[in-house]
Ligand binder design. Structure first.
Ligand code: NAP
Ligand code: F7E
Length: 450
């Protein structure tokens, strides 16, 4: 029988990636969303469109009764607790709510499992974080933080997460639950909320390129983070729950880069070379060619206490779980800027109608574990087919992203007639390509004519 998984925080960045991954593995996926959502609510409809295979359950991490009811109803084989007030800066503004949701909320989910009598059968994943380490000089190991490094959280968020981390370990030790923590370092991507610095930058770069924004305002550009791609990290979460015993694992890249470097690379992706001038609040990032100021510092984004440098040591996960990140730092930045250029210009799916009367869209949702090489190979094949296609003009093949299905290719081919489209659909080239894609993609071609 298919396994079932319940994901709290399914509407967040990781929730979407994880739901797609579990669905591709044949799971029945349940997702917790909060708020008073009628099925006609636009937000509910958006989520349902993005993840048609998910059964949504309305519940709040603050409400134990409804969580118990949810567990009794769903009886999940696996619970991934991703729900949280997750913005570190915001946690200083609303520390009580953060403690309640990000900290005590974890206990509510664990208790709901236990009170439903599922503690021996349901596996529990807790989304712990590198923010628990704090990044101070005195406790920063040269090779990066590992599972045994001392904690020193620097924000209400970090403190609340530490409670969640320890209560999970406590339930493992006290009740023999399969309760495991993934201590994840920053992971980003096209689904990242725009309030986090990487997405704020990639979106701004795209908008600046398109003339929709003049500059970006940032806080501390000197802090450093160990940034990976969220699609890779959800694979690690799943592996943590498939391990033969409950344990805690660091997932990280082992590299660290500053916000400054992220900015430079993001602008380099649109052909702009940034040079920095000035100091502190007066510092600016300037386009070397035109002299235009594109980055300004705004102290509003400083935090009362900062985590200066974070690097993780993922060697335990690599050795024990066989997990390793696939997307490297330059590719992560490029992927985000490319996505936001497509999104901001409205060409993610649409806006090519003036290219011809008929639009044929082929899209493939890749396994989140698909390597860059596999993606490049698939793009190469698509391009070849596009060139050969009878009566069609290849408009675009992009390693583009979609919010809902992980990594996606989009091929837009413009046909001059229904006949030429049919000819292509019946061709051997198309059949060969579809066969290749079904080997490496989670869903084979979803192609249609508009
Ligand atoms: P995210 O995008 O902020 O998503 C968090 C989700 O939690 C949101 O969908 C939010 O719902 C939901 N939520 C908030 N309060 C809730 C409540 N009271 N009841 C039910 N749901 C609630 O976070 P993420 O980046 O996907 O991260 C997933 C988890 O991993 C979080 O726990 C985060 O703290 C942790 N983490 C993240 C990273 C990272 O780099 N992304 C690293 C380490 C750990 P709404 O959509 O309704 O607001
Ligand atoms: O900040 C600096 C900021 O908000 C990164 C969460 O997913 O990862 C995330 O937490 C750095 C900080 O992420 C701006 O001061 C400068 O030093 O993108 P962030 P975070 O705080 O690292 C961890 C692992 C989690 O667990 C969290 O849930 O960037 N920074 N200027 C800025 N940050 C923001 N947000 N906005 C700025 O304008």
């Amino acid at each position: 029988m298919a396994k079932s998984a319940l994901i709290t925080g399914i509407a967040g960045q990781d929730g979407g990636h994880l739901a797609a991954l579990l669905h591709s593995k044949g799971y029945k996926v349940y997702g917790v969303i909060r708020g008073q959502m009628e099925t006609s609510h636009p937000r509910y409809q958006k989520l349902k469109n993005e993840m048609p295979y998910v059964e949504f359950v309305m519940a709040d991490l603050l409400d134990l009764a409804v969580l118990v009811r949810t567990m009794q109803l769903v009886k999940p084989d696996e619970v991934y607790n991703l729900a949280a007030i997750s913005h570190v800066g915001y946690s200083f503004k609303d520390p009580i709510l953060t403690a309640d949701v990000t900290g005590k909320g974890v206990l509510n989910v664990l208790e709901a499992i236990r009170l439903s009598g599922l503690e021996k059968t349901t596996r529990f994943y807790q989304a712990s974080t590198s923010e628990m380490f704090g990044g101070l000089d005195y406790n920063r190991p040269d090779v990066g933080y590992n599972e045994d490094s001392p904690f020193h959280p620097r924000s209400p968020y970090g403190v609340a997460k530490l409670f969640g981390h320890w209560i999970t370990r406590n339930y493992r030790e006290s009740y023999g639950m399969f309760a495991a923590c993934g201590i994840l370092f920053n992971h980003e991507g096209e689904r990242r909320g725009p309030e986090f610095v990487t997405r704020k930058i990639s979106k701004a770069v795209a908008r600046i390129k398109l003339g929709k924004q003049e500059y970006i305002e940032l806080g501390n550009v000197d802090s450093k983070r160990d940034w990976g791609y969220a699609g890779d990290y959800v694979e690690g979460m799943w592996r943590i729950l498939q391990h033969n015993k409950p344990d805690d694992f660091v997932l990280a890249t082992g590299e660290t880069h500053s916000i400054r470097e992220f900015c430079e690379l993001a602008f380099a992706n649109i052909g702009i070379d940034i040079k920095w001038h000035g100091k502190g609040e007066k510092e600016v990032g300037v386009d070397t060619k035109t002299g235009t100021t594109l980055i300004k510092i705004n102290p509003e984004f400083y935090r009362p206490a900062e985590v200066d440098v974070l690097t993780g040591d993922p060697s335990k996960a690599e050795k024990v779980l066989g997990w390793k990140r696939k997307v490297n730092f330059p590719n992560l930045v490029k992927l985000m800027v490319d996505h936001d250029l497509a999104e901001e210009s409205g060409s993610l799916y649409t806006d090519i109608t003036d290219e011809g009367p008929l639009r044929h869209i082929v899209f493939f949702s890749m396994k989140t574990s698909a390597s860059d090489e596999e993606m490049d190979e698939a793009i190469g094949r698509l391009k070849k087919i596009g060139k050969k296609t009878n009566g069609a003009r290849l408009w675009n093949v992009s390693k583009s992203m979609d919010f809902r299905k992980g990594r996606i290719f989009i091929q837009n081919t413009v046909f001059d007639s229904v006949d030429s489209f049919e000819k292509y659909r019946n061709s051997k080239d198309h059949a060969d390509f579809a066969q290749y894609m079904s080997k490496i993609a989670d869903w084979s071609t979803g192609d249609y004519l508009e």
